[in-house]
Design a protein around this ligand. Structure first.
Ligand code: ATP
Length: 200
């Protein structure tokens, strides 16, 4: 089975694209919500996070103390990188276990960070969902009721789209000018062909 990454900047439309692939019966692993779950359920990971950020990282009911963690990592890139370095191997193992239970010519892994942390190297191909920055900002302002400034501060922490374009194998344009569905159907057919070619 081929393992395909789907990534893109904040508000580019990664989740929207993946929902369309799901309609075509393609299984999708959503790395970001899954990582949040592992940060609670994977006891080995919990232990490491407490060691890195302190016991206060968890509330009395074992849920994540999001505000406490956000306050530390928002202003401390070293701690943010260290936290990512703990969480990513756990997600990678979890994704590989999940793949074993899927029966499909290819599966998708949707993740905001694929190029930044090198996880794209263990995938067969990557799809970048691309959209102009201004449109991405307007979409997220509408979706999350966030201010332009708070979105821009998150954009600054991401790899620029121009760099991601160089690393991606396939690009989906989600710019309100080209329809998404025909682009996705073309890619779907190509990936099924690629998967058959890999088997035979
Ligand atoms: P994030 O990085 O914040 O998780 P994302 O890349 O997964 O975002 P989506 O949540 O899929 O992006 O899209 C952002 C918002 O823009 C959503 O509200 C979605 O409904 C809307 N959107 C995405 N693509 C389109 C489109 N082609 N037409 C209309 N609305 C769209």
């Amino acid at each position: 089975m081929l393992k395909i990454g789907v990534t893109g900047g904040i508000g580019s439309g990664k989740t929207t694209v993946c929902k369309i692939f799901e309609v075509l019966d393609i299984p999708v692993y959503y790395a970001d919500p899954r990582a949040k779950l592992l940060m609670i359920e994977d006891q080995n990971l919990v232990k490491k996070i407490k060691k890195l950020l302190g016991d206060k990282s968890y509330n009395a009911d074992n849920s994540l103390n999001r505000q406490y963690i956000a306050d530390i990592i928002f202003n401390n890139k070293t701690k943010l990188d260290a936290l990512n370095a703990l969480v990513h191997p756990a997600v990678k193992d979890d994704f590989n276990r999940w793949c074993e239970s899927q029966n499909s010519p290819y599966v998708l892994k949707e993740a905001a960070l694929l190029f930044e942390n090198g996880s794209y190297k263990s995938l067969d191909k990557t799809i970048l969902v691309s959209a102009p920055l201004e449109l991405r900002i307007l979409r997220v302002m509408k979706r999350d009721n966030h201010t332009r400034e708070s979105i821009l501060s998150r954009v600054k922490n991401q790899m620029p789209e121009s760099e991601k374009i160089k690393l991606a194998d396939i690009i989906i344009k989600n710019n309100n000018e080209i329809s998404l569905i025909p682009q996705i159907i073309d890619i779907h057919h190509q990936l099924i062909k690629d998967s058959n070619a890999k088997i035979h």
